[in-house]
Design a protein around this ligand. Sequence first.
Ligand code: DP6
Length: 329
Amino acid sequence: MSGRPHEASARACANIALAKYWGKSDVKRNLPAVPSISMTLDQLVTETRVRFDPSLDADNVRLDGRRASTEEAARVVAMLDRVRRQARLQTRARVSSHNHFPTAAGLASSASGFAALAAAASAAAGLRQSARRLSALARASSASAARSIFGGFVELPAGKRGDADLAARQLAPPGHWNLRLIVAQTATGPKKVGSTEGMERSRKTSPYYTTWIGQAPKWARTIKRAIKDRDLDALGLAMEQSTLAFHCCAITSTPSIVYWAPQTLTALDTVRGLRERGVSAWATMDAGPHVKTLCDASDAARVRQALDRTAGVTRTWVTKPGPGVEVHS
Ligand code: DP6
């Protein structure tokens, strides 16, 4: 590696899926069975440092100051191995990653985490990767991470079996639309079933999975058009349908996966109530009980106040469209 950089840091933001990804067409290559569309979120940042160190016998992974669990470390090492293969490297690495947002917010730290890791590890190995290649690399570890490589509004197409290069692409930059996403925390503690496991269980056991796969592209198309036209009502309606349909697959899996808490429904009711009073506010939930509400920047204070007053909501955060991954050597 002499003459090449062997240490680099990268910063990536989390993202929220507007059109949801749930289910894989190729488990080994981690290819999504449906197209998904997201908004990258500012403030919710992961920073990751990678150093290839010839004195190490094994990769060393630290997450938020603690040693990674065996399962967490295995996913990080799999990504490092892909980078090492591309760079023709043998050297082991020291990885240190920090989430600058409360993981209790239930916002997928794997998306920002694997996007930052893909960029930092590639730069540290001396690889000059395009954003597209970084996105494909991140996707192989976690499909939602492919979207966090880009800022603003992002699309990840569905993958066909064997398609090793599938990557996300930017639909519009952060400045395209002044939206806000209000995250309402409704419970604490780690999620019950991780998304990787949950979507596999849905694929294998939910009688509604095939219908989901058939319908999901339609919502993604509507959302893509709504982003182009800055049509929040059209986006919101399709986003809520996409959300409820993927939760339908989770709930009807065997054994059933219910990500919601009673407070989730209370918060959903608040969002519906806001709409009845003329506010264009729309809710989405991922593999957890928290409710995330999309609205125009001019309505953010009102929406946040309504959620803060909702029984069972313990905290709220306001986020807006954020930037793509950044590398610092
Ligand atoms: C509900 O990207 O975490 O948040 O590819 O197995 O790592 P893997 O799954 P992951 O799934 C995210 C699921 C979701 C919806 C979404 O972000 O599109």
